[in-house]
Write a protein that binds this ligand. Structure first.
Ligand SMILES: NC(=O)c1ccc[n+]([C@@H]2O[C@H](COP(=O)([O-])OP(=O)(O)OC[C@H]3O[C@@H](n4cnc5c(N)ncnc54)[C@H](OP(=O)(O)O)[C@@H]3O)[C@@H](O)[C@H]2O)c1
Length: 513
């Protein structure tokens, strides 16, 4: 086998830095994430010509597979999930020479010696260098045994002087504060924090990255990005799907662990953070951490005032009848797992004092949409007195994370004609029409960043910890506080009416995304 550039265009490609040659070992490579996201994302890097010379992927898992069978399986996955085109056959032929599979049970410490040996043989042939990236794409229960197994075989430390070993850990990172702390302890007893990449794929989405550009590369928004001009902020992640075939997993997770603890709090932190001094991993993550630390905790005895949880009942979504959550496969008929959460969060710092952040996420809602809406204060003086007050709406900036990615600004405009009448209009920026083509998938960006040693868009251990510190008392209150109830909502609606009341108490209402 020859060491090769995966794409002859690589040398001329215009990224600032090429990753070092490396081998990526994927634990759980026979699973869903590898075929749906990881292989398509890595092939996309080959497409962009940014994979280093000799780049090698080694799948690892219990499912017995030859290299050949793994390669065929990955090719099928790429055709199904990776926008593969027949014209890319030659690129695939080069790519596939770097795909290998090692059958091991990652739960058995003694099997890591075998993995190490196989990696040496593959590396000898591929000349991929000594850098290794481990990707934990197994169920979370396997993270700890894998970390111990790697350490037992001394695979956690680089083999050469300038070499590196990094590890990407999938979500969920713990199921509560104690388990997250325990996992952090285990990881950090074996790896240094600089080696650890805790993935939150929301951070790799184009629009989420663009939030930083929008705020900090433009002069006109930052001066008004504070309590003097902003009335409140709404962050919504709505899904039309139910739990699909993940009922068993979801019963133990719920919307709070699945969406709020990670993705939604990360979006909130990027929206609320102060401008970092430098755009690097430490400075950006330091600023985010300050936001997490400033979020006022919700005590168990006040959860009914600041949180609403719901569970979907039967209904109609996109014209199709759907089951109630309790009737889904793998779900208890007595379940009290929340499929919807709305929170009112307050950030106790100079910039945001008195500006509530309303955060909601739910399944079986009418529309699939993730957005951050910045709702500005009304004008201080009502000049057009003869018009009904509600014809003058709030200005807002909406950052649409998905789908139909873009940013819109809403303001009032005069309706053409002889009379002074007004209505709100929007100025829209859409990625699709401005830049064309496909947006890079979050995994593509994040895997490349890890190869480059840039952890800016990954969650740091301390932020995962503080996010669990915020969420845990809410969970406790849901169990212990008699005033806190779980409310049914009909599938295909925007959640329980109690979520509307959460805002109505403050004289506000949810946007219709
Ligand atoms: N799928 C997604 O879209 C998605 C999205 C976000 C995050 N994630 C996270 O990514 C990780 C992987 O997700 P996935 O959907 O690919 O998981 P998965 O399909 O359930 O499992 C991946 C692989 O892990 C191995 N595995 C399963 N149970 C094991 C056990 N008890 N002991 C040892 N190995 C075991 C299996 O491979 P072998 O039997 O061959 O060993 C399996 O194919 C999870 O932590 C998940 O939470 C997934």
């Amino acid at each position: 086998m020859q060491s090769e550039l995966l794409n002859p265009l690589a040398e001329s490609s215009r990224i600032e830095k090429m990753p070092d040659p490396c081998t990526m070992v994927i634990f759980g490579a026979s699973g869903d994430l590898t075929k749906r996201k990881l292989i398509p994302a890595i092939f996309d890097l080959a497409r962009q010509g940014v994979l280093p010379s000799g780049f090698t992927i080694v799948g690892a898992g219990r499912t017995a597979m030859s290299h050949e069978v793994f390669r065929e399986y990955m090719f099928k996955a790429l055709k199904e999930f990776g926008r593969f085109q027949e014209s890319e056959k030659a690129l695939w032929e080069t790519f596939v020479r770097g795909l290998f599979y090692v059958t091991i049970d990652p739960g058995k410490p003694e099997e890591y010696a075998k993995l190490k040996k196989e990696l040496e043989v593959i590396n000898e042939a591929r000349r991929a260098g000594e850098n290794v990236l481990f990707y934990l794409s197994t169920p979370p229960g396997m993270y700890s045994p894998i970390i111990k197994g790697l350490s037992g075989a001394a695979m956690n430390k680089p083999g050469g002087q300038n070499a590196w070993v990094r590890i990407i850990i999938e979500k969920p990172f713990g199921v509560d504060l104690n388990s997250a702390r325990q996992l952090n302890r285990e990881v950090l007893s074996v790896f240094d924090e600089e080696q650890v990449y805790r993935i939150d794929h929301y951070l790799g989405k184009e629009t989420v990255q663009n939030l930083l550009v929008f705020r900090f590369a433009n002069g006109i928004f930052e001066p008004i990005w504070n309590r003097n001009y902003i009335d409140h902020i709404q962050i919504t992640a709505a899904e039309t799907v139910g739990v699909e075939n993940r009922g068993g997993y979801y019963e133990h997770a719920g919307a709070m662990r699945d969406m709020i603890q990670n993705h939604m709090l990360q979006l909130l932190a990027l929206t609320a953070m102060e401008p970092p001094v430098l755009f690097d991993a430490q400075q950006v993550r330091d600023e985010k951490q300050k936001v997490f630390q400033a979020i006022r905790s919700i005590r168990p005895d006040e959860v009914h005032e600041y949180s609403v949880r719901g569970q979907y009942a039967a209904g109609t979504v996109n014209g199709a009848s759907v089951l109630a959550y309790k009737s889904e496969r793998g779900v208890s008929t007595e379940s009290v797992t929340e499929t919807y959460v709305a929170l009112k969060l307050q950030i106790d710092n100079w910039r945001w004092a008195g500006v509530p952040f309303y955060v909601r996420s739910g399944k079986r809602l009418p529309k699939r949409v993730t957005e951050i809406a910045i709702q500005f204060k009304k004008t201080p003086h009502h000049l057009f007195r003869h018009l009904p007050a509600d014809s003058l709406d709030h200005n807002n900036i909406v950052i649409r994370v998905q789908p139909d990615e873009g940013i819109s600004l809403k303001f009032s405009s005069k309706i053409p004609g002889s009379f002074m009448r007004m209505r709100p209009v929007t100025m829209d920026f859409r990625y699709g029409s401005s830049f064309g083509g496909h947006l890079t998938d979050a995994y593509t960006r994040l895997i490349l960043d890890c190869m480059l040693g840039d952890a800016t868009l990954y969650a740091r251990g301390d932020s995962v910890d503080v996010a669990w510190q915020l969420i845990t008392p809410v969970h406790e209150g849901w169990i212990s506080n008699k005033n806190s109830k779980i409310h049914d909502y009909t599938s295909g609606t925007w959640g329980p009416k109690e979520a509307d009341e959460l805002l109505a108490r403050d004289g506000r209402r949810w946007r219709l995304p």
